[in-house]
Design a protein around this ligand. Structure first.
Ligand code: PHE
Length: 448
């Protein structure tokens, strides 16, 4: 017999872990820069709407399936199936989730590795090791391999310790630290010259940007940010006690995710305009705000450099924030293939974690050594194709394949008076029809 299944010991533990998975580079980097490039508050409003109207229902599908089946995505979708055909497709979708989660981790760990290197740089500078500091900020293959390895190692260490001692303990420690660091940074940046122009760009809506492109970009962002489609939320749901109300916890996770994305905008955009005030170029040649790696790895570090001694503290705080946000997300990605290896292949966690972790690190290595061709491809396959298609499949499973009485009974656990809620009246239909149709429409649009 295999070891008993892990479980979160408290609902706060679950909340920190699920919110930790959701809150990541997508919130602190992706959201603010997408908002800046898509009409500021116009994007924020559309995003808020989509997060609650579409991502939250899809999140609920994953959590409910996971908690009912108490298994990883492959097993869970087979368990809720009602015949050989749906069981086959359930298994296939589950495998898809595992592959896509692993692919996301393989590029995410590279970006997180950059963050670790930039976190180390101010320490090297502080100790007078100028050459080392320079090496840490130069984008070399060796540096990227080393720091992706360090970050992947940290992720493996946490996952090897299991659900309660690894995921729950570290998320509960790291998430509050993340919020404190974020607020400290905002407090500091908002007092700097130029910050208010950034706030204006972020918070003044420009509805001329209100196009299908904005909708698709907001939808993709919401899906990535809530870690949907790939079975992370499903597996976290499977470790949740039946005494908790799923709709309430799911709503809290969505609120925290959206709240931190919004708050991160109050840091990143003002910081960009402070950098401009300090002499940095924040627009690309085509007149758009710089959003990609140049923003985080050049514009902001150049800004910290102008701040003297305080800049060292600010740089450390900022990159610590980025590393923490990445780590609570990367552990949730690694847990997906690891849980599968434990439950379906019978491999103990202590062996499954390094084995799977090393395979994924191998993929990261290939991406690093062929960065220009493979990085964008990995991002696009996993987030533009994988996540929406798997999201549709999960909604179809929850809405059409799974027996309705079982689904409703699962929702009632931990929420006995749920029948009086709006959620109960709307969600089961919503996840059946509206969610798959909307995701499909956006997907077709974006592919065309
Ligand atoms: N939600 C994470 C972020 O915003 C990314 C993620 C995607 C995590 C998919 C898990 C699964 O950075």
């Amino acid at each position: 017999m295999s070891a008993p299944r892990g479980q979160f010991s408290t609902n706060i533990g679950f909340l920190m872990a699920a919110a930790g998975s959701a809150v990541g580079l997508g919130n602190i980097w992706g959201f603010p820069t997408k908002a800046a490039g898509n009409g500021g508050a116009a994007f924020v409003v559309v995003y808020l709407f989509l997060a609650f109207a579409l991502a939250y229902p899809a999140l609920m599908a994953e959590l409910t399936i996971g908690r009912y089946a108490r298994r990883n995505m492959v097993q869970a979708l087979r368990i809720i199936s009602n015949g050989p055909v749906s069981r086959f497709f359930g298994g296939l979708t589950g495998f898809g989730g595992i592959l896509v989660a692993s692919l996301i981790l393989s590029f995410y760990a590279i970006v997180a590795g950059w963050m670790v290197a930039h976190l180390a740089e101010p320490f090297a500078a502080l100790f007078g090791a100028q050459d080392a500091a320079q090496w840490l900020t130069d984008n070399s293959t060796e540096r990227n391999l080393l720091f992706t390895a360090i970050f992947s190692g940290l992720t493996m260490l946490i996952i090897a310790s299991g659900v309660e001692k690894g995921i729950e303990r570290w998320s509960t420690l790291l998430m509050p630290s993340l919020i404190i660091l974020l607020l400290l940074l905002i407090g500091y940046v908002l007092t700097q010259p130029g910050a208010l122009s950034g706030l204006e760009v972020y918070l003044m809506p420009d509805f001329s940007h209100f196009t299908p492109k904005l909708l698709i970009s907001a939808l993709g962002q919401a899906f990535f940010s809530l870690s949907l489609g790939v079975g992370t939320m499903l597996i976290y749901g499977s470790y949740l006690s039946q005494q908790e109300s799923l709709p309430r916890l799911g709503a809290l996770v969505t609120l925290i995710d959206v709240g931190i994305a919004f708050t991160a905008g109050l840091l990143i955009l003002p910081a960009m305009y402070v950098a401009q005030e300090a002499g940095s170029q924040i627009f690309s040649a085509s007149g758009e705000l710089i959003a990609g790696p140049d923003l985080i790895l050049q514009v902001l570090p150049a800004l910290f450099d102008t701040m003297g001694k305080a800049g060292i503290v600010v740089a450390i705080t900022f990159f610590a924030l980025m590393v923490i946000a990445s780590l609570t997300s990367s552990i949730s990605m690694l847990e997906v293939p690891v849980a599968f290896s434990i439950e379906n292949l019978g491999v103990p966690r202590r062996i499954a974690t390094p084995a799977v972790g090393l395979i994924i690190f191998g993929i990261s290595t290939v991406i690093i050594t062929h960065f220009d061709t493979l990085f964008g491809l990995a991002v696009s396959i996993s987030t533009e194709y994988g996540q929406p298609l798997l999201g549709i499949a999960l909604c179809l499973f929850a809405g059409w394949v799974w027996r309705r009485d079982q689904l409703l009974a699962e929702l009632k656990k931990g929420h006995p008076n749920i029948e009086q809620t709006l959620f109960w009246r709307i969600w089961p239909w919503y996840v059946r029809i509206v969610c798959p149709l909307l995701i499909m429409t956006a997907f077709v649009h974006s592919v065309i």
